[in-house]
Design a protein around this ligand. Structure first.
Ligand code: NAI
Length: 338
């Protein structure tokens, strides 16, 4: 038996990963990270099934060529298409990055309207064509509400396999505190960003720890926490756009990799991560919206951390973000079938 033959016998089966918006700027960072094994490991072969709209196919062909030219050992195949049925067929992971961006003068509610139909349609197609256990992460904005629409249009899929992304907000919050305290990012644990991926989100330091002690012991200045930390995290995306002329892309791709890796392989011990998942009544947030909660993950399942004490201010902030999600839900109610 040759060494090559032995390797082929024991090679893991490739996992099909669908990525939408694959010709866009987040994907330009994301696809290379996935193909390099950063998300599923250096020994896990992957097949990338890349979707973008018809006018973006030429760009997508260029991205596929670059992926091929990297000769990633674990990249078994790249499929490019403008047909969601082809992109989602047998996918075990679906990263829904593609969405129409907000154009000048467009309000958040206009954005919801233009993207809502897309997520309803993609939900239906995932429902029929994807692997029944497909794990879905919605990134395209408004991410929480798009994920809710998708969930309602994919009745055969487990709602616990549908999430939307708050990990970038979570990472931004950790980074900001670490810089403030001149400490390594790895020393900060138990961060939470509650709510919607929007300016109403509530980055909450009250349970965070540094080296096992409450972080607030190291941050006695309440004014900094309330009037610097919270608004800086909330507005970080806008500030990046102002500086770069483009929205966060590499950091968003990094957050996608972290979100999926922790969901599939487990969150770090003695810590939690923020994931936006279907609310179940925890922390008085009524069931039925996708909301950022602190979760631990094990064996591919998440569990919302329970019984954290919440201050009156915290509760008010959490409800404000919920009410925004409720408004968004009302706006798309014609697409919520179940
Ligand atoms: P981009 O504009 O560079 O790329 C978006 C891509 O999606 C384009 O190639 C476009 O053709 C494609 N697209 C549009 N409609 C599509 C459809 N129906 N099916 C498939 N593809 C479609 O945008 P970028 O920077 O890559 O961002 C993507 C999305 O991610 C945006 O909605 C952005 O607001 C959101 N975002 C979310 C974050 C989060 O934390 N949840 C963080 C950063 C960005």
């Amino acid at each position: 038996m040759t060494a090559l033959f032995v390797q082929e016998i024991f090679m893991k089966v490739p996992i099909r990963i669908a990525v939408t918006g694959a010709a866009g700027q987040i994907s330009y960072s994301l696809l290379f990270r996935i193909a390099n094994g950063d998300m599923l490991g250096k020994d896990q072969p992957v097949i990338l099934q890349l979707l973008d709209i018809t006018p973006a196919q030429q760009t997508l062909r260029g991205v596929a060529m670059e992926l091929e030219d990297c000769v990633f050992p674990m990249l078994h195949q790249v499929i490019i298409t403008d047909d969601p049925k082809i992109a989602f067929r047998n996918a075990e992971i679906a990263l829904l990055v593609g969405a129409r961006p907000r154009s000048k003068g467009m309000e958040r509610y206009d954005l919801i309207k233009v993207n809502a139909e897309t997520f309803a349609e993609q939900g239906k197609i995932l429902n029929t064509y994807a692997a029944p256990h497909v794990k879905i992460l919605v990134v395209g904005n408004p991410a929480n509400t798009n994920a809710l629409i998708l969930l309602h249009n994919a009745p055969n899929l487990d709602p616990r396999n549908i999430s939307s992304m708050m990990r970038l907000d979570h990472n931004r919050a950790i980074g900001l505190v670490a810089r403030k305290l001149s400490q390594p990012v790895t020393s900060i644990r138990k961060m939470i960003v509650w709510g919607n991926h929007s300016s109403t989100q509530y980055p909450d330091l009250s349970h965070a720890e540094m080296d096992g002690r409450s972080i607030l012991e190291f941050l006695p200045d309440r004014n900094w926490v309330e009037n610097e930390f919270v608004p800086t995290v909330q507005s970080r995306g806008t500030v990046v756009i102002e500086a770069r002329g483009l929205s966060s892309a590499a950091s968003a791709a990094n957050a996608i990799v972290g979100h999926m890796r922790d969901w599939i392989f487990g969150s770090p011990p003695d810590d939690w991560v923020t994931m936006s998942v279907l609310s179940d009544g925890s922390y008085d947030i009524p069931a039925g919206v996708l909301y950022g909660f602190p979760v631990t993950c094990q064996n591919g399942n998440y569990r919302i951390i329970q019984n954290l004490p919440i201050s009156e201010t915290g509760h008010r902030n959490m409800m404000a973000s919920y009410l925004e999600l409720l408004k968004e839900k009302e706006q798309v109610k014609h697409l919520l079938q179940q």
